[in-house]
Design a protein around this ligand. Structure first.
Ligand code: TMP
Length: 203
């Protein structure tokens, strides 16, 4: 059950500046008087820590199916232990990554999007989902290449393709992330404030 707060998530490719932008958004919303809180996935819960240690920083990658299940399990804990309690306190929760990351990354790894949606049925819908769009060709230069540059580029392109499907469906709001840090931050804040104003005006 979702409380009275507002739930926003910010998505994007690795290296698109999403974490900086999400933290900046929370700071600017707080300055405007909103009770905003920053949260992230993988979460700081037990499964989130496990993912960081064994999936993201481990020497050997686990299978995409196992990854998808772990991210879905971590999300369950994130929603139950962090997001819903904050929404019940009428806070504005801003999550750095959410279910669209599973759809984009594990989808790009070849898993069926319908199955990913199924195992994430417990994930409450965000009120607003933002996609910080930076060209894959740009982000790969910001990443530590643990594979060949081409493999990384190929992966980032596939991930962006999935994100763009959700932009086209109207589920994600695309922000041009190729501009300066301040311009991107202004763009995100504008979308969020417009959304919050409309929400207040609703009967
Ligand atoms: P971060 O760099 O934003 O902390 O994200 C960690 C990595 O985890 C990033 O490469 C994206 C990946 N990821 C998934 O593959 N699926 C997911 O569901 C989530 C939340 C993250």
């Amino acid at each position: 059950m979702k409380g009275k707060g507002v739930f926003i998530c910010v998505e994007g490719l690795d290296g698109c500046g999403k974490t900086t932008q999400t933290k900046l958004l929370v700071r600017r919303l707080r300055e405007k008087g909103y009770d905003a809180v920053y949260t992230a996935e993988p979460s700081r819960g037990k499964i989130g820590k496990f993912i960081k240690k064994y999936c993201l920083h481990g020497k050997k990658r686990v299978s995409s199916v196992v990854e998808a299940l772990l991210f879905a399990a971590d999300r369950y804990e994130h929603v139950e232990n962090e997001i819903i309690p904050a929404l019940n306190e009428e806070k504005l929760v801003v999550s750095d990554r959410y279910v669209y990351s599973s759809l984009a990354y594990q989808g790009a790894a070849g898993l069926d999007l319908k199955w990913i949606e199924k195992i994430n049925e417990h994930a409450i819908r965000p009120d607003l989902a933002i996609f910080v769009d930076v060209e894959p060709e740009i982000v790969i230069h910001r990443l530590k290449p643990n594979k060949s540059v081409m493999e990384n580029l190929e992966t980032q392109r596939k991930v962006r393709e999935v994100y763009m499907k959700f932009v086209e469906k109207g589920e994600l709001v695309k922000i041009d992330g190729n501009k300066s840090k301040k311009e991107v931050a202004d763009g995100i804040l504008k979308v969020v404030l417009r959304f919050l104003e409309k929400r207040v005006k609703k009967p």
